[in-house]
Design a protein around this ligand. Structure first.
Ligand code: HEC
Ligand code: HEC
Ligand code: HEC
Length: 123
């Protein structure tokens, strides 16, 4: 005798197993694509590893902001490379052009960076 509940659960389990890799592959691909069209940054490395920056660059900026405003400190120690950087949003624009790098990816991802009402990136 079939139990309806088990049949439904079984169908859901099958759907999850079949669909998850498809969904993951597609969402990942869009992000890969846009990264091929971004301007190549200056220098040979970022302030942290590339993987870390892709996932956490907003956290890095937040940390810098907190440091500057709460402690008046504008020095950042890179955990990946063990060197010091200026803890300032302008530091990013030494190596990245805002329009050709940050903005391109944000537009694609639908991110609105409200920071620019106060911080002006150089042309
Ligand atoms: C309402 C205006 C305003 C907005 C919006 C704003 N900031 Fe700031 N930010 C400031 C001010 C004022 C300081 C302090 C500047 C100083 O002490 O010279 C500061 C300092 C900073 C600093 C450290 C100092 C420096 O030179 O960079 C960072 C990093 C920073 N903000 C990042 C951000 C980021 C990232 C965002 C968006 C998520 C953002 N801010 C949004 C006004 C703003
Ligand atoms: C000294 C130059 C330099 C500075 C300063 C710098 N970057 Fe980078 N950044 C790079 C380089 C070079 C890469 C590519 C690294 C690689 O390919 O391994 C990169 C990669 C990145 C990536 C990943 C891009 C991708 O491939 O998807 C992001 C996001 C990023 N940086 C954001 C920032 C932010 C935000 C700041 C400021 C907090 C910053 N960077 C400061 C040079 C820099
Ligand atoms: C490869 C794509 C990519 C690049 C390049 C990139 N970003 Fe982002 N950024 C994102 C995504 C995606 C988010 C939203 C992430 C989230 O909400 O978790 C984001 C979020 C942010 C936020 C937080 C915005 C908010 O309002 O919460 C800031 C600040 C930011 N990025 C700054 C920068 C700066 C500065 C650069 C260039 C130096 C840059 N990003 C380059 C993809 C990128």
């Amino acid at each position: 005798m079939y139990h309806k509940g088990y049949v439904v659960l079984f169908v859901i389990a099958i759907l999850v197993v079949v669909l998850t890799p498809l969904i993951l592959a597609n969402s990942g691909r869009g992000f890969e694509d846009i990264r091929n069209y971004l301007e190549k940054p200056k220098g040979d490395r970022c302030v942290e590893s590339k993987e870390y920056m892709i996932a956490n660059h907003m956290e890095v900026l937040n940390e810098w902001r907190e440091m500057a405003i709460r402690e008046g400190k504008r020095i950042y120690f890179s955990k990946t490379y063990g060197v010091l950087y200026n803890g300032s949003i302008e530091e990013c624009f030494k190596c990245h052009t805002y329009k050709e790098f940050c903005e391109k990816c944000h537009e694609f991802s639908g991110v609105h960076m409200y920071c620019l009402t106060c911080h002006t990136p150089p042309e």
